[in-house]
Design a protein around this ligand. Sequence first.
Ligand SMILES: C[S@@+](CC[C@H](N)C(=O)[O-])C[C@H]1O[C@@H](n2cnc3c(N)ncnc32)[C@H](O)[C@@H]1O
Length: 211
Amino acid sequence: MAGCCDPRSYERLFGAKAAARDARRYRRRGLTGTARDLVELAGDVSGATVLDVGGGVGALELELLAAGAERATNVELSGGYEEEAAELLAERGLQGRVDRLVADFVSEPVEGHDVVVMHRVVCCYPDVDGLVGAAAARTRRRLLLTYPQERPWIRAGARVVNLALRLSGSSFRAYVHPVARMVEAASAHGLALNERRRRGVIWESAAFVRA
Ligand SMILES: C[S@@+](CC[C@H](N)C(=O)[O-])C[C@H]1O[C@@H](n2cnc3c(N)ncnc32)[C@H](O)[C@@H]1O
């Protein structure tokens, strides 16, 4: 399903306003709890290359670089984050160590990285097999995901959100993809599920490792 999405619907939701809010929050309070879980699940990242898919302003790769990673690549479908991301990189003097690309990751020929992260991204893309499969194919060591927990009321919430989006004229939709599909897509590229961790009542994180 490459090229399945209208980037404008993403830029409307994940545009400059969202970027300013995310950057402000990160400057004031650091990573959110679920993002901190991913940093922990990444393990020892000394010298590693990091690929942050749908990475927004790039807070996760900034923390992974601070934890010892060598370089990072951020592939974002929305171009709305670039200004804030550049400011955050400049504040930390990390401009030379992060490549940023505005593209749909699924249809982009991105090279392999040691650690691949997708924080709250699987729920924003219709083609779970394509997205997780493409991420797994680029993973040399570890793939880290955060996605909504599979609970009936979260599925009901997603339906309400999607109705509101439809009524507002947006073609963007939220998805609660089955974890079994993510495991299958990752294992088709040689990755095994290593750990699942729930935080609060909405988000779950998972670490996949190259078997
Ligand atoms: C809820 S936001 C999360 C942003 C950031 N990871 C965070 O947690 O703050 C989801 C992001 O995923 C991006 N995204 C979704 N599908 C994508 C794809 N196929 N390729 C690149 N980015 C994608 C969207 O543009 C959006 O910025």
